[in-house]
Write a new protein. Structure first.
Length: 235
């Protein structure tokens, strides 16, 4: 009788283990398929952003022979910057679920950083042409940096509340990547988080209140930040 009970218990244990293992494998396979699907979507996003960049670059070429209005430049640059920002958030979300050395993720990150740099320096050219100064933030972070988690969230809040503030983020975890090595040398990045706001360099975690003071802004209630700008009805 005891022997039969032990055999039955072993059978239940084996069955439970087999079911659990099957669920684990199925979940892992689903996660892998989901990651691949998201990577494919991101690759399509990269192509779309490159197309947007080509349109912006075309304006700069046209401007050499025919005058392009500052309004047209501003519309194109704001559109490109906002789309790049959305892509960066999606890329970071996927990258956090995959190994840091995943070649597809690394290549997309490099493409993303190159587009950010082009956008940043094109913005500087537009400032010179149009006599308008834009607020820009260069944000250098490291995936192993605990303070960067809070800093990144604060910057996301600011971008959500003030879309006109240009925020460019660079992951300096892998300093062997050429673009990261170059940027780290140009801006002398020694620690993270580091913020470059105009001519000001901040090498520490910076709270929202201090950033508000530096940027000359105020924190908005989330519900107000999400509301579209009200338009005056036509009389």
């Amino acid at each position: 009788m005891d022997k039969t009970k032990r055999q039955f218990s072993l059978f239940k244990f084996a069955a439970a283990f087999a079911i659990s293992f099957t669920i684990f494998i199925a979940g892992f396979a689903f996660s892998e398929r989901l990651s691949r699907s998201r990577l494919e979507d991101l690759q399509n996003d990269v192509l779309a952003l490159q197309s947007e960049w080509n349109s912006l670059e075309m304006l700069t070429l046209i401007d050499k022979t025919s005058s392009v209005s500052c309004e047209m430049y501003e519309e194109q640059i704001l559109n490109f910057t906002n789309e790049t920002d959305v892509f960066g958030q999606k890329l970071e979300s996927v990258a956090n679920r995959l190994p840091t050395d995943n070649p597809q993720v690394v290549n997309m990150k490099v493409s993303y950083w190159l587009m950010e740099i082009r956008d940043f320096f094109t913005l500087k050219q537009i400032e010179t042409k149009c006599g308008k100064e834009y607020t820009t933030i260069l944000y250098f972070f490291d995936r192993a940096c605990v303070d960067c988690v809070y800093q990144g969230e604060v910057l996301r809040q600011i971008k959500q509340e003030y879309p006109e503030i240009m925020i460019y983020s660079f992951d300096v975890s892998n300093k062997d990547i050429s673009i990261i090595k170059i940027l780290s040398q140009i801006y002398n990045i020694k620690t993270t988080p580091t913020l470059i706001i105009g001519d000001r360099k901040i090498e520490k975690e910076t709270y929202r209140q201090e950033l508000n003071s530096i940027l000359g802004i105020e924190s908005k209630p989330l519900i107000d930040a999400l509301k579209p700008e009200s338009k005056t009805p036509e009389e």
